[in-house]
Ligand binder design. Structure first.
Ligand SMILES: [Zn+2]
Length: 673
């Protein structure tokens, strides 16, 4: 019996053969994949000839293809369609993968070869992408500890494996506690204010858990819940907010408090071993921000005006509510103020945001206008779940771009939030095509009901599709640089830019159509949205900055610093930043801050605002140059999106923009002047 991961897929675009993959294939493929890659790497490091680009870097980039195939499919499944099997295997495999990665990155002979090539780089006749590949490997191996002695490396391996186990457990606890804390509603009148589609989704969710006739409000990842803006019952709002904020901190088997303390302690110790003052200093050394001081400077510049704006917004809310505003009241009364001040009614907009129309006539339409690409559904290609749709993406001249797959709806087996990942990453060296996936968490309406998106969901749709385009348009030689494989504090930039097309008049006119009447969204809605664009930005910026500052605070700890209590640490960090307003809770508290404790954004949650500086300045550029045109799209695609990680991102930005980014457009956008 053959294992489908052992050979490259022969399906269109290299789509993994999902129909042939079953649970028993994963473990042997991981084992074989790690063994194969290790043998390949030993073949490089064991060579006796002089190190060269061809005998070292190329085979290194070609190594590990079985592992790449199985890991891509498995981690896609464990985030989008998990079950007990994936949970268990993930917990088992994560430390093994960490050890495997260490075995390569800490291979002294391999490092010696890379360093030798790096030291003679100026004399080598290599193209710029190849030179950059050497630079990147050299820095990554150095930062990873390849230069440590054997005893130190042994300690490092131990840290890496323990951390990998702890972060996996954090994620598992969070999913379990999130499902467990879903709020059960007995009587439909308590859901007064919700849309019929939302109520039927809640009824469906209850039924899925054998609670027919009741209603289940499932939690989303951030602190705020989309229902809080419309639920009239204050007590129900308070219950949802309390459940959301309790995640991971209730005691018992799913409590993440101890994990937070252990993870941050071990990260600080590991950084010290590697010669850095803190985990943050270590992480940011290999980012475009370079060091935590640069990050702190940007966050501090924004925190004071954001907190001040939030307090002013709060006074407006209290005036209309007639009572003090608590965290669970903010969204509800801000909707009322929005309605009063700008007369924008988000609920009235939803009939104009029917999901399929948003996809075809909005998200896809904008991409066609900008880049000439077209999308054709390929229902003959099997994806990883029956709900996933597959689209073939072609250039204007009919040449292939790749496949785009869309997994729109929420389900219990799917992790919260929205994200993009690749099922196969583009590389000329490996002759790989590209397949990208977008995952959203839109509640599924009852059969026969249309899927009407919220304003935020439409925005997320455009955002995630921006990541998808970044992956799809990659035209790089080396797999290391494909698409979104770039710096973490840069990778959100292209996706944020794509959000601009959501309200672009030509795009909105094309998709903002009432699902029943076929009438276009009234112009006054659009004008009001534009007029209210800085509305509530004090709150939004503050809750984001609070989370970003918490993430920095945890990772500014030096080795040996003892933190006794998670909640007290949070309060102190937010007080110090001037962001401790109880009505404006942090977007994530530590015990459910998946980005920083399991999601790979540790010391990196600042990245969103860091890359938004580039985003806001790029939006300005598009506006100055005529907006939605092929010429603009092609320039962005060629100079930025297609480059992936294959050159210094800030250099790519200069090539596109003609200069460094200016912060002013960001300050204007968020009303922080
Ligand atoms: Zn994103």
């Amino acid at each position: 019996m053959t294992n489908p991961f052992f050979e490259p897929s022969t399906l269109p675009y290299g789509m993994p053969p999902f129909a042939d993959i079953s649970e028993e294939h994963y473990r042997p493929a991981f084992e074989e994949g790690m063994a194969e890659q290790l043998a390949e790497v030993r073949n490089i490091s064991g060579r006796s000839d002089l190190p060269s680009f061809e005998n070292t870097m190329i085979p290194l980039e070609q190594s590990g293809q079985i592992l790449d195939r199985v890991a891509t499919v498995f981690f896609n499944k464990s985030s989008a369609d998990s079950n007990d099997f994936t949970d268990e295997l993930e917990e088992e495999i994560a430390p093994k993968l960490a050890a495997h990665s260490d075995a390569i990155k800490l291979d002294a002979e391999l490092y010696r070869r890379i360093k030798a090539i790096h030291d003679s780089l100026a004399e080598l006749d290599l193209d710029p992408e190849s030179k950059y590949l050497v630079e990147r490997y050299y820095i990554e191996f150095t930062v990873a500890g390849a230069g440590l002695d054997e005893t130190e490396k042994e300690k490092l391996r131990d840290y890496n494996q323990r951390l990998s186990t702890l972060t996996t457990r954090f994620e598992k606890n969070l999913l379990a506690d999130t499902n467990d804390l879903a709020v059960l509603i007995e009587d439909v009148t308590e859901l007064d204010g919700l849309e019929p589609g939302e109520i039927s989704a809640a009824a469906e969710a209850a039924k899925d858990r054998g609670l027919e006739g009741k209603y289940l409000v499932t939690l989303v990842l951030p602190t705020g819940h989309p229902f809080l803006s419309s639920l009239k019952n204050r007590d129900v709002r308070a219950r949802i907010m309390a459940a959301s904020r309790a995640r991971g901190s209730r005691g018992g088997e799913w409590d993440n408090s101890q994990l937070v303390l252990e993870i941050t302690k071990l990260r600080a110790e590991r950084a010290a071993l590697l010669g850095f003052d803190s985990h943050g200093a270590w992480v940011i050394a290999d980012e475009t921000a370079k060091n935590p001081a640069n990050v702190a400077e940007l966050l501090a510049r924004l925190a004071t005006p954001a907190a001040k704006n939030a307090r002013e917004e709060q006074l407006d809310l209290e005036a209309i509510a007639g009572h003090p505003i608590e965290a669970h009241d903010w969204a509800f009364f801000s909707e009322k103020v929005r309605a009063a001040k700008y007369d924008v009614d988000e609920a009235a907009m939803r009939p104009y945001f029917e999901a399929e129309t948003v996809l075809q006539n909005g998200v896809f339409f904008a991409a066609t206008k900008l880049y000439g690409v077209t999308f054709t559904e390929r229902s003959d290609i099997v994806a990883y779940h029956p709900e996933v749709r597959v689209f073939e993406v072609l250039n204007e001249d009919g040449s292939a771009v790749g496949l785009f797959t869309l997994d729109l709806y929420t389900r219990d087996s799917k992790h919260g939030g929205a994200w993009m990942n690749s099922l196969i990453s583009q590389s000329a060296l490996l002759e790989h095509p590209v397949i990208v996936t977008n995952n959203l968490n839109v509640p599924k309406p009852a059969a026969g009901e249309p899927t009407l998106l919220t304003y935020n969901e439409v925005n997320t749709f455009f955002h995630e599709f921006g990541h998808a385009l970044h992956g799809l348009f990659a035209r790089v030689e080396y797999p290391k640089f494909a698409g979104t494989n770039t710096y973490r504090d840069f990778v959100e930039f292209p996706s944020q830019v794509n959000e601009m097309w959501m309200l672009w008049p030509e795009v909105l006119a094309n998709y903002g159509i009432h699902h029943r009447t076929g009438e276009p969204m009234p112009q006054e809605f659009v004008d009001k949205i534009q007029a209210s664009s800085a509305f509530n930005e004090g709150f939004l910026t503050s809750e984001y900055l609070a989370a970003a500052l918490l993430d920095q605070a945890w990772h500014a700890l030096s080795a040996g610093t003892v933190v006794g209590d998670v909640a007290a640490f949070e309060t102190a960090a937010l007080d110090a930043a001037g962001l401790s307003n109880p009505a404006v809770p942090t977007r994530y508290s530590s015990t459910y801050f998946a980005h920083t404790f399991s999601g790979g954004y540790d010391a990196g949650y600042y990245s969103y605002i860091w890359s938004e500086v580039l985003d806001a300045d790029t939006v300005e550029w598009f506006k100055e140059n005529g907006g939605l045109t092929r010429e603009n799209g092609d320039r962005f695609r060629e100079r930025l999106l297609g480059v992936g990680g294959s050159k210094d991102p800030l250099e790519a930005f200069r090539h596109f923009r003609g200069r460094d980014a200016d912060i002013q457009p960001l300050l204007d956008r968020r009303g922080l002047n």
